[in-house]
Design a protein around this ligand. Structure first.
Ligand code: S3P
Length: 425
């Protein structure tokens, strides 16, 4: 994909459904009685991996252009898969389904693509084993493929060393099958979509500060789920609007859950002209339209409890920082190293190729903004968020930027390049 400089991005855009919420709707629908209808489901490769896994576990799922229908099997109705489950590139599928599979009466093995087979699964193997699960890394390296055998689970109180919704959710889902209450305490609150949606389906999940508790054996009932637009996809247009001269973009119906809205807070702290309009609520998830205008920006420090609320947006925030006067410091974000790619190394390498002033640190990046970016050939490393970040950087750089392996946007935003083009054509 070749990208050249653009000005004046104008218009209205609707981004696809939220990835985290789409995954959960399929999973919780599968474990419920009755039918769950999901509209605005994200038809990205990751969420299709979740559908494929649950079909293999005996769940009938209809996927049509209007909606997804999941004919739930109840908490104890999944059946053994003859084939190994394949979670593709999806960390959310791998970790959340492991929590569910730990509570089943049959054996499952699961694997994913080359990236998934390098990502740390010890973070779920440790707490699930503490609950009594029989789960192991088949190659003994703490990564997928995983083998999960039947075993009785008991409730624990787990103090998670990382603020990770995937870890938290895996434990809570195993907690559905435990013999008592299961609790997870996180260092900072991570995205709470599991908590909101499990309660919507009939579970009893409570949150006190950063401790989340779940009661076992609820009767989950199928629901109608309307998925809000994904703020992690909206983030590319938010940043594009702020840094591309003479731009004004209205992004409609975006999920603005406070555990996900760090990008908006950071952009405003950097001087970004952003208005939140038409605030609403769908199934307990707050939504709004976001109006963004080209702005004069200054650097900031991003650290601590805000990090989990913008973890997936840090690559595009690194691009944003290149267009802000002064220094932006990103700290406490070592999690970036274990995402679909090592996002600290990849952002630093690629932005350096474009002549940005950026340095990687152990847990983040330091960016001195205000230097003109120059087009370069950059590798996505098959990481969707890297590819999308460099499309926005390339539109604001001299010359041509070539993104190698740019098709990986399919993971979370299959129509990304077409939607972007609508704003300047
Ligand atoms: C997700 C949680 C986050 C995020 C990922 C989706 C989820 O991962 O990076 O894209 O749906 O729970 P961690 O919870 O591991 O930080």
């Amino acid at each position: 994909m070749n990208i050249t400089r653009k000005t004046r991005l104008q218009g209205e855009i609707t981004v696809p459904g939220d990835k985290s919420i789409s995954h959960r709707a399929v999973m919780f629908g599968a474990l419920s009685k009755g039918t769950t209808e999901v509209t605005n489901f994200l038809q990205g490769a990751d969420c299709l991996s979740t559908i494929d896994c649950f079909r293999k576990l005996g769940v009938e799922i209809e996927n049509t252009p209007e909606h997804i229908l999941i004919h739930g099997k109840g908490l104890h109705g999944l059946t053994e898969s003859k084939a190994q489950l394949d979670t593709g590139n999806s960390g959310t599928t791998t970790r959340l389904i492991s929590g569910i599979l730990a509570g089943q009466k049959f054996r499952t093995t699961l694997t994913g693509d080359a990236s998934i087979c390098k990502r740390p699964m010890g973070r779920i193997i440790t707490p699930l084993t503490e609950m009594g699960a029989d789960i192991k890394s088949m190659n003994g390296n703490g990564c997928a493929p995983l083998e999960i055998n039947p075993s009785a689970l008991h409730g624990i109180h787990y103090n998670s060393p990382v603020a990770s919704a995937q870890v938290k959710s895996a434990i809570l889902l195993a907690g559905l099958y435990a013999d008592g209450i299961t609790k997870v305490t996180e260092p900072y609150l991570s995205r709470n979509h599991s908590e909101i949606m499990l309660n919507f389906f009939g579970a009893n999940v409570t949150t006190e500060n950063t401790t989340i508790a779940i009661e076992p054996e609820p009767v989950l009932e199928g629901r109608k789920v309307v998925v809000p637009g994904d703020i992690s996809s909206a983030a590319y247009f938010i940043v594009a609007g702020l840094i591309t001269p003479d731009s004004e973009i209205l992004i409609k119906n975006v999920g603005i859950n406070p555990t996900r809205d760090g990008i908006i807070k950071v952009c405003k702290a950097m001087g970004g002209n952003i208005e939140i309009l038409n605030e609403n609520d769908t199934n307990g998830e707050p939504t709004a339209d976001i109006l963004v205008k080209y702005s004069k920006l200054h650097g900031t420090t991003i650290e601590g409890s805000i990090i989990p609320t913008l973890i997936d947006e840090l690559p595009i925030i690194a691009v944003l920082a290149c267009f802000a006067e002064g220094t932006t410091v990103i700290k406490d974000a070592a999690e970036l190293k274990v995402k679909e790619s090592n996002r600290i190394d990849v952002m630093v390498n690629n932005l350096s190729l474009m002549k940005a002033d950026i340095t990687g640190t152990e847990d983040g990046m330091i960016i001195h903004g205000g230097k003109t970016l120059e087009g370069a050939v950059v590798e996505s490393n098959l990481d969707h968020r890297i590819a999308m970040s460099f499309a926005i950087a390339g539109m604001n750089a001299e010359g041509t930027t070539t993104i190698l392996n740019s098709d990986c946007v399919n993971i979370s935003y299959p129509t990304f390049y077409q939607d972007l083009e609508k704003l300047y054509s």
